[in-house]
Ligand binder design. Structure first.
Ligand SMILES: Nc1nc2c(ncn2[C@@H]2O[C@H](COP(=O)(O)OP(=O)(O)OP(=O)(O)O)[C@@H](O)[C@H]2O)c(=O)[nH]1
Ligand SMILES: [Mg+2]
Length: 457
């Protein structure tokens, strides 16, 4: 036996440490913060509870424990896990607040390796996991990197039908009064930009997802900065003068692309290895055809910019070395367990094009349905002597409810789905957290197995 000194041992352990960066992506309200909070919570409890049976390392009792450690990036706030937990532990329990800014968290997992090579070098190994959280709206800005100002403006005008057309009236009226070729008046631009921002807020309020630029509705520290004071317009002339309104709008769009969007993705998305795309299919299913189609459109645009081929936008700009992607339909506890399979196939249909390109690039992909933090329990109700599947929970208003929310369509629903079927989505409070117990979840362990299982061998 070689007698290794403590220093050599520490050195070997450090070199054995592995590291994985997980990008948690999803539109606003998809369930990113709930997912990250539950992931941290589950891993922190794994040494004392059998809460992750589908994570092989946990099932094999090879997980020694996990703890939060200081993140490497000191310029980004720490993900407020304690705050999220404090809200979930309140009486009555509450959901964590919507995210307003970017934050990061690093977890360190100590485990007993299975691989012989690793075992020879030390009894335990460490896996560090970095995760970032950010407002979902910012994700909608990724496609902007591939467009110039005129192209982007056109996409915005083309979308002006239905609810959007009605909501856009005030800013369109103000825009009609603006002479795009006149010398730029910052005050006038700021006031029309305000109306455009109001329009985006109104879209969000109406259950629409495609809100661009995403920073306009959640500006963080950029609130009031000129870089957020532009709006789409259609310049008809040939050449605009140098100091015109149009020239200024175009310049601001460019600044926004480079200094806001590109900087964010470069900072946070360029180094990830694994990605989870969270999708809430159920809320838009409940809200109706327009909301569902809008969410699908937004998701498609994002998946298009995330395409993993060599010439894809992301690859060209940031060259991430992603090798696994998981698509997860969130909030599965809102439907009865017999519908979970449908939920997964619905999501699969939604992300089909992205799936094909990823497969071609040899990137591993999977699709599943999960509930990061359970709000309901599944059971049965008796109706006229027959037993039917149901879910039971406490509504946001404090009322105990048992219901069958409806069938989830297995395929993308046609427009008449909402006339004939419909889906009842009730907002439930999270289930109360038992002292010293992990949060209840559905298949979060399966998601973890897919995302980090191989790193814990
Ligand atoms: N029943 C149930 N509801 C969930 C679950 N996860 C999230 N929710 C609901 O979805 C809402 C949004 O979840 P968040 O985790 O805040 O979503 P987000 O993606 O972080 O949203 P932004 O920060 O606004 O981008 C929560 O407030 C809950 O109402 C879940 O696992 N089960
Ligand atoms: Mg959030």
């Amino acid at each position: 036996m070689v007698n290794l000194t403590q220093e050599v041992n520490d050195f070997i352990n450090r070199t054995l440490d592995s590291h994985v960066r997980i990008a948690v992506t999803g539109l606003s309200r998809a369930g990113k913060t709930a997912f990250i909070s539950s992931l941290v919570n589950q891993l922190l409890h794994t040494s004392t509870h059998d809460n992750l049976p589908l994570l092989t390392a946990a099932r094999d009792k090879r997980l020694v424990g996990a703890k939060r450690v200081p993140q490497l990036n000191m310029m980004v706030p720490r993900f407020s896990y304690d705050q999220a937990m404090a809200q979930l532990e309140m009486q009555p329990p509450m959901w964590p607040e919507p995210t307003r800014d970017v934050s990061e968290i690093r977890l360190s997992i100590k485990y007993r390796p299975k691989r012989k090579t690793k075992r020879l070098l030390g009894a335990t190994s460490t896996l560090n996991i970095d995760i970032i959280d950010y407002p979902g709206e910012w994700l909608l800005d990724l496609p902007l990197l591939d467009m110039d100002f005129d192209t982007w403006s056109n996409t915005q005008f083309e979308a002006l039908s239905g609810t959007r057309e009605t909501l856009a009236k005030p800013w369109l009226e103000a825009l009609a009064q603006l002479d795009l070729n006149a010398e730029a008046d910052e005050k006038q631009l700021a006031s029309i930009a305000r109306l455009y921002t109001d329009y985006l807020h109104a879209c969000k309020q109406a259950g629409l997802h495609w809100v661009q630029p995403g920073r306009f509705v959640l500006p963080g520290e950029l609130d009031g900065a000129p870089v957020l004071q532009f709006f789409p317009c259609q310049f008809q002339g040939k050449d605009a003068t140098k100091n015109s309104h149009y020239a200024m709008l175009k310049a601001r769009f460019k600044q926004y692309q480079q200094k806001v969007v590109k900087a964010f993705y470069k900072h946070h998305f360029s180094t990830f290895d694994r990605q989870i795309v969270l999708v809430d299919c159920l809320t838009p299913l409940n809200e109706g055809h327009e909301s569902f189609a809008d969410m699908r459109g937004a998701l498609e645009q994002i998946m298009h910019s995330f395409e993993y081929g060599k010439s894809s936008l992301l690859r060209r700009l940031f060259a991430p070395r992603i090798d696994k992607i998981l698509f997860a339909a969130t909030k599965a506890d809102h439907v009865t367990p017999d519908q979970h399979g449908h939920l997964t196939s619905l999501l699969k249909q939604m992300v089909h094009p992205a799936w094909q390109t990823a497969a071609y690039e040899n990137i591993d992909m999977s699709c599943m349905s999960i509930a990061s933090i359970q709000a309901t329990q599944a059971g049965f109700i008796n109706q006229q002597g027959e037993s039917h599947p149901a879910i039971q929970g406490v509504s946001e208003q404090g009322e105990s409810i048992t219901l069958f929310p409806g069938d989830v369509p297995e395929k993308l629903p046609a427009a008449d789905y909402w006339q004939n079927n419909g889906f009842e989505y009730t907002s439930f409070r999270p289930m109360p957290v038992e002292a010293d117990h992990p949060l209840r979840h559905i298949r979060l362990d399966k998601a973890l197995e897919y995302l980090i299982g191989d790193k814990l061998r």
